[in-house]
Design a protein. Structure first.
Length: 218
């Protein structure tokens, strides 16, 4: 008798976070870039299967991932800032500079892009309560196309996921070629997740579903 692959619905890949039959790790080509990406992830986000910030460690070699918001976990500040780089926080404050080609052209050092990862309240709290971040310059993205994340809903159509924000920043700081590879894996992650929920038809899934016998886990 053929094994029902839906029995694996609770087993997830420890790297990409998808159910194991839908794992995208074989599609990942780790990208090397001059820009360092430092993600400050709220502890509650680290436990959510829809979190996109964890994809940074899977796809970029020059990254740091730090957890915040867990009272039982000490806050490690060492190495959060890079003395050889221009440290900036990606957060849409009113007084933040716009991260565009003009801003990039003024930089004379590599960038350490520090990205708070959580809901709006969590991200803002991390930005202002981290003693090493409070006085750092902030940058924000121009308004762009709507998010394609679709795993969460937001009342503001201009809000994008953490990974989308990082991709948009790296398209300015690095290259289209690098970001296109990130976007490929991001689309796989999103659409396989949607299919697993039963929210997307098999034929509409970008890159397809690896096993034709697999059924949605919903």
């Amino acid at each position: 008798m053929k094994r029902d692959l839906t029995v694996n619905r609770l087993e997830r890949c420890l790297d990409c976070g998808l159910h194991r039959p839908l794992c995208i790790c074989d599609q990942v080509q780790v990208q090397t870039c001059e820009t360092k990406v430092t993600v400050l992830m709220h502890a509650k986000e680290s436990r959510r299967s829809t979190n996109s910030g964890h994809l940074v460690r899977l796809m970029l070699s020059n990254y740091t991932l730090r957890l915040r918001g867990d009272p039982n976990m000490p806050r490690h500040q060492d190495g959060l800032l890079d003395c050889h780089a221009h440290n900036v926080v990606l957060f849409p404050d009113e007084d933040a500079e716009v991260l565009d080609q003009t801003w990039v052209g003024k930089q004379d050092k590599p960038i350490n892009l520090i990205v708070p990862d959580g809901n709006w309240r969590q991200a803002k709290r991390m930005t202002y309560r981290e003693r090493d971040l409070a006085d750092l310059p902030k940058v924000k993205l121009k308004l762009g196309p709507p998010s394609t994340y679709r795993l969460r809903r937001h009342t503001n159509p201009q809000c994008v996921s953490t990974f989308e924000a990082i991709m948009r920043a790296l398209r300015l700081l690095e290259s289209d070629t690098l970001v296109d590879q990130l976007d490929h894996c991001f689309r796989l992650f999103v659409e396989r997740s949607l299919w697993a929920r039963g929210d997307l038809e098999r034929d509409a899934v970008y890159g397809g579903i690896p096993d034709p016998a697999l059924k949605p886990f919903r």
